[in-house]
Design a protein around this ligand. Structure first.
Ligand code: ACO
Length: 423
């Protein structure tokens, strides 16, 4: 019997099975051989929410949720946040290594020259209702991009994949900014090739008009770039799973990215930063916090920005963001909701309900306050999350379509409905 294996005895039949282990996992398909009878389809693993199912082998992002560790391609998030720009980190996620100086220049050039949107796409975006949620506009527009680039269907072709990766990383800030301008009833501002990735985005969002000048505060642009680094990837989360899952049918990356953004839109995922600020606004005063905590403990509501499927410790990104928030508020003035957030965190972290469930602030708890202080309306927050997550989605999509072991995603179910019956 192989030492690296599991012996399973099926007490229903008395039969024994040996299942091989590799890197601390077993192949779920090996469970199929555990049958009650020859016609039985075999044992399945029941795992709603895929909480204990690995859907891929990946070399991109490592998380140790117990210790609060996050690494991209082996580099600790703290080091990348301190020393690297978002575009360098995006390169790292896509290529596996940080760029040399020549590679960095080439990469930046390719991203910069693809920032413009086709004029028809602008008309398409203009067709959304005046009060459309910018995240809805983003989801729809990413899907529409697929019709502008039919060459993207060649997902098995490496050169084609590279081109779509440039386009998507380059165009998502432009789409995001246009979605914002549309909701404000203001004309679109085209990208400026002489600006950095974050400065260009801020210019497309906040420049009053094409004829007026706008210069982003360099420290705020840097802070936004740092937020982009922190949000770039997070291994197999809900939206990344959507990206991989849709990609498994060999759909083009624009359609996959639309699906991933739709998954990110939900309040339990990328919509949480929006929900945090709405919750803090609703609380309004520090002395209302005990009532809120009571409701949370009674199961009547959740504390948004708290808890994480993977982290059972302080989210390392939240620690960096909390520190950065102080720097941003020195420039923009303190966000009045900060005191409520700090007090909420203090009370929650000393309360047994939160301690026993390992509920700590996650990345979204403070990011919304920063975005708000920078002048972004709340409904732009999930869009600000989607911009950098595009590089993570694309790295994961590329890994998935290049992985010979991957097949179209087709999960099983446990059928509990009626047995055959007739009219
Ligand atoms: N507030 C209060 N209680 C909570 C919270 C919360 N935010 N999160 C989890 N709990 C409690 C649950 O009620 C449950 O308690 P119980 O055991 O008494 O029933 C226990 O903690 C475990 O919760 P689950 O829902 O099983 O945890 P899960 O891993 O499925 O959910 C999630 C993770 C969705 C992030 C959850 O913590 C949550 O809803 N948080 C608020 C939303 C949020 O901030 N989302 C952003 C996540 S980060 C990101 O996506 C970028």
């Amino acid at each position: 019997m192989a030492q690296n294996s599991l012996s399973i005895k099926d007490n229903r039949t008395g039969k024994e099975y040996e299942v091989l282990l590799e890197d601390n996992h077993l192949r779920a398909s090996d469970l199929e051989k555990i049958k009650l009878s020859e016609t039985d389809e075999g044992l399945v693993a029941y795992d709603p929410g895929l909480t204990n199912t690995a859907v891929c082998k990946s070399t991109i992002t490592f998380i140790d949720g117990e210790k609060g560790i996050l690494r991209y391609r082996g580099y600790p998030i703290e080091e990348l946040a301190e020393k690297k720009s978002y575009l360098e980190v995006a390169y790292l996620l896509i290529h596996g290594e940080l760029p040399s100086e020549t590679q960095r220049k080439e990469w930046t050039h390719h991203i910069t020259i693809h920032t413009l949107l086709h004029e028809n796409l602008k008309v398409f975006m203009d067709g959304f209702r005046y009060d459309a949620h910018p995240m809805g506009i983003l989801v729809g527009t990413l899907g529409a991009l697929s019709t502008f680039y039919p060459d993207a269907k060649n997902v098995r072709d490496e050169a084609s994949r590279r081109l779509q990766i440039y386009r998507l990383i380059a165009k998502i800030p432009t789409i995001a900014a246009f979605a914002y301008r549309h909701s404000q009833g203001r004309s679109f501002i085209d990208p400026s090739n002489d600006l950095t990735y974050a400065e260009n985005f801020l210019s497309m969002v906040f420049r009053p008009s094409t004829s007026s000048r706008y210069e982003a505060d360099p420290d705020l642009a840097k802070a936004l770039d740092l937020l982009f680094v922190l949000h770039a990837d997070h291994e197999q989360n809900c939206s990344t799973n959507a990206m991989r899952s849709v990609g498994s049918s060999l759909a083009d990356p624009y359609s996959c990215a639309a699906a991933a953004s739709a998954a990110l839109y939900g309040p339990l995922h990328g919509g949480a930063n929006e929900a945090v600020v709405r919750m803090l606004e609703e609380i309004g005063k520090v002395d209302r916090i005990p009532d809120i905590i009571r409701d949370v403990k009674a199961g009547k509501r959740r504390l948004m920005g708290f808890g994480h499927r993977v982290y059972h410790n302080y989210d390392p990104r939240a620690r960096i963001i909390k520190k950065m928030a102080q720097r941003v508020f020195e420039i923009t003035g303190k966000n009045p909701l900060l005191d409520i957030a700090l007090e909420l965190e203090r009370i929650a972290l000393s309360d047994d309900y939160f301690i026993s469930r390992h509920l700590y602030p996650n990345v979204d708890f403070y990011s919304g306050l920063i975005y708000q202080s920078m002048g972004f309306p709340v409904d732009m927050f999930p869009v600000l999350f989607a911009i950098p997550r595009m590089s993570g989605w694309l790295a994961q999509w590329q890994e998935n379509v290049s992985d010979a072991e991957q097949r179209i995603v087709r999960p099983k179910q446990v059928y509990l409905g009626k047995a055959e019956r007739h009219l």
